[in-house]
Design a protein around this ligand. Sequence first.
Ligand SMILES: [Zn+2]
Length: 405
Amino acid sequence: MEFSIFFDIMWTYLANPEVNENNTTGRPQFLRHLIDLLIRTPQTDLEDIKDENGELNPLNNIQDATINKYCSGTRPIPKKYAKGILKIISDGKKFTEEIDFATPVAKENILKKLRVQQFDATSSSLGEMCFEIMKAFLEKFKEGKTSVTQSDIGTDEEKINCFSLLQEVDSICPLCSQKLLNSSNTNTIAGYDIVNIFPNNLDMEDMSKFSKIKPAPENKDNLENKIPLCLNCANTYLKCPVLDKYKRLVEIKDHINKENKINVALNQLVLESQLTEVIKGLSELTPNQKASSLQYDAHKIEEKIGNDLILRDSVITYVTCYYNKIKEQFSNLTSKGFVFKDLAATISLAYIKLNREGLSQSEIFNRIAKWIIKEENLSEHYFEAARAIVAYFVQDCEVFEVENS
Ligand SMILES: [Zn+2]
């Protein structure tokens, strides 16, 4: 992107309409203003003096006609000015805020225009991105170059953040289930925007309503406050952030965080690889191989699963039909160095961790089965067998406790 194009985008959507009417003096004035936003507050005596004399911004002493040439791209900003501005460049807060506090329509248009120029801008990082683009232009001018591309500004960290946010929602819009990435044979087109969950720039009244659902985060740029949505849902939310949608997004993000926590917790556990043999053995059973049914005291499971009838009955069925078979297989493994106690302790720990996250009994049951399949590198085909194994551990007391005990 050439500087003139970027300047036009800023000028069209950010300049004060009164200034905007007069191109010949308005444009130079606006470019000086943009540079003012980039410059940090004076930090040395010399900078203080320069500031008082209005010389901190090198464009202040340049004629409008010359600055107009910088704006239109007929002349680049001279190397020495670019160098001078970069020396006193700020952390970008003022520049970023100018964009963050622009009207939603202005921001939407800036975003669209930047995307046309192949910059993967997102609403939640638009201000920062424009600041980075401005800085990159100054770096280029310093080297006598004039155009900036995405690769000049996109840091690896930003890309990784974007990737992890997309992964959190499985690259599907969490509000309408539309795909966020559209892949063809040759390329992938991004059809999403990353928005701040707690909206920017709410008025005081809305701020208090939104805060009641979940208070604003300390740092709005935290990944905790970001979520990717399809362009439609993002635009609607940015233009009109309603309480219902906010609540929904908070719930979705809370669910994601809970899932992340569970995954981290379960990843710390190592399952005995020999469990695979038992699972495979179970799925390969033929009707005449099935061991005798277990005569057992149904009380035990009923005391543990009091409310979830369907779960309780499935567990009872699994236990009645397969408990003996599983037990037999575990004992066959003992000669191969398998230690049942270790496995039981791991399953028990998995249960404790999931229970701590407040999952329902049915969720815990299926979650342990899924985790077993994943840990043992088995396909979905073995899911039922894994559920039978979990039921074995319910009966064996590692999973679920007697309620109200
Ligand atoms: Zn959507």
